[in-house]
Design a protein around this ligand. Structure first.
Ligand code: ATP
Ligand code: MN
Length: 469
């Protein structure tokens, strides 16, 4: 063991880097693997397979590919300690491998067929059981340290374009967020400040009278849900509702930037008339809290992210029931839509709107234009109407509704928004647009989960955990 990690340790100064020295052993029979996206002098992916107490490691410049036709160069590097598979963070500039490391995928692996005591010299066929990387793969040695990583044809091939997956499988953070947070973490070490270093003015201001909820409560709420909420709100253009006098006072919609608070970014966007508008977005928790400080309590998001503005990735179907429709019919609608999405092999996730309905949200991995995205949503709503014409309409006009549910697909239009998961709503009782597991559809009413209940539910398993997988 000492021997195997000798090279690894020689290359690193453990007073300067937070990477592990390597002391742990694996007591279980299972073999682990990890893929770390490593933004150093060269952008690459580190592919590591546990074997005999260390992690056999390769640097893959282009990353693994699900396409069996791609043969990805994998350069073998020094063995890494087993604990390395948990490492996500920043290696200081000037140190070996200086840059940002993000856990791209993790799980178990198994060799296919028998394996001797020492690691094969020519070829290895194996199965990955990760969240993103699955199925059978081959590593082929061709010269010196150079190997090729190839996907075998199986039910998983061409499952996803890996380069579109930009978040940590573990913490859902982007590279930029990992870098920013590691930076503020080192400031904290030095002078003991809180992380979201935003002073909240008028913390005792009552925003909701009943239940009594202050601005401070709201700041604490958003800080606590931020771990779950950030992946759905950060780096998306937003429009917010501000209520400087609380629920009782005037509310403002806001979609343009009026400050340069920390954690907030600005984006100039051409609109359909070829004018430019400057929208803004939240980069991290600090940005979210600085918005709360400005009295933004409700957050609405675009269906795309700023660095892929013209390629949306979150499709929302909103159920707007006619006035006197009962909740049983509303829930049936959600179930009917889910059955259609299941048939189309589209994964879908459920949340309450915090108002009158439910929202069904579909992650879109395929690279598509807004036009195609919008048409896809429209087709699905029309399919519902065609299948059950007495229950659903895809037509927005109220007078066409006749006791039916309008399946609102129109918000899947460029520059349209929907309320973000975990956003509070400025409505009676301070409801939350809350992600819930499918099995809770019949237990939870659309406006039933409020701030307190939302916080309690954070202790349960994350029902949207697999959204970005
Ligand atoms: P309900 O279940 O009560 O219908 P909802 O979230 O589905 O709630 P609304 O809040 O009525 O619907 O919003 C309708 C549309 O208007 C949504 O697409 C929403 O994003 C948009 N909208 C609401 N508030 C704002 C805002 N502040 N800025 C921009 N768009 C907004
Ligand atoms: Mn609605």
């Amino acid at each position: 063991m000492e021997d195997k990690l000798k090279q690894y340790r020689q290359k690193r100064d453990f007073n300067k880097t937070k990477e592990p020295r390597g002391t742990k052993r694996n007591k279980s029979q299972k073999l682990h693997f990890v893929v770390q996206h490593h933004l150093a002098s060269h952008d690459h992916y580190d592919f590591r397979l546990e074997w005999n107490g260390t992690l056999k490691s390769w640097a893959i410049p282009k990353g693994p590919s699900y396409n069996p036709k791609d043969k990805r160069l994998a350069v073998m590097v020094e063995d890494h300690p087993l604990e390395y598979r948990h490492f996500e963070g920043v290696i200081p500039q000037g140190e070996y491998g200086g840059g940002t490391v993000m856990i791209f995928d993790e799980g178990e692996w198994e060799p296919i067929g028998k394996m001797g005591k020492s690691f094969p010299k020519d070829m290895l066929k194996f199965t990955l059981k990760g969240k993103r990387l699955k199925g059978s793969w081959t590593l082929v040695h061709f010269k010196e340290d150079n190997w090729l990583l190839i996907k075998e044809e199986d039910e998983f091939y061409e499952f996803a374009d890996i380069n579109t997956l930009k978040r940590s499988i573990k913490t859902k953070r982007t590279m930029e967020q990992i870098a920013r947070q590691s930076k503020s973490a080192s400031v904290i070490d030095g002078n003991q400040k809180i992380v979201e270093n935003i002073p909240i003015t008028h913390p005792d201001k009552v925003v909701f009278a009943r239940p009594r909820i202050t601005k401070w409560d709201i700041a604490m709420y958003y800080e606590q849900v931020s771990r779950r909420m950030m992946p759905f709100i950060d780096n998306r253009l937003i429009s917010v509702i501000r209520a400087p006098q609380g629920m009782a006072g005037e509310h403002f919609f806001k979609k343009h930037l009026d400050n340069d608070n920390p954690g907030i970014g600005k984006k100039i966007v051409p609109n359909d008339k070829n004018h430019k508008e400057d929208y803004y977005y939240i980069k991290d928790v600090e940005g979210l809290i600085s918005e709360v400080q400005m009295n933004s309590f409700e957050f609405h998001i675009w269906g795309s992210e700023v660095d892929q503005l013209e390629h949306p990735n979150m499709m929302v179907f909103d159920f707007d029931p006619d006035e006197d429709l009962d909740i049983g019919q509303l829930r049936q609608g959600v179930v009917d839509l889910k059955s259609i999405l299941d048939d189309l092999k589209l994964p879908s996730f459920l949340k309450t709107s915090g108002g009158k309905g439910y929202h069904v949200v579909v992650p879109i991995k395929q690279h598509m234009t807004w036009r195609k995205f919008r048409m896809t949503a429209k087709n699905i709503a029309e399919l519902m109407e065609a299948k059950w014409p007495d229950r659903y309409t895809s037509n927005v006009r109220l007078k066409n509704r006749h006791g039916r549910i309008f399946i609102d697909w129109i918000r899947n239009t460029r520059s349209a928004t929907s309320v973000a998961p975990y956003s509070l709503r400025l409505r009676d009782n301070c409801p939350v647009s809350m992600p819930i597991p499918w099995r809770d559809l019949y237990k939870v009413k659309p406006n039933e989960i409020g701030l307190k209940e939302a916080l309690k539910r954070l202790k349960r398993k994350d029902p949207w955990e697999d959204f970005f997988n």
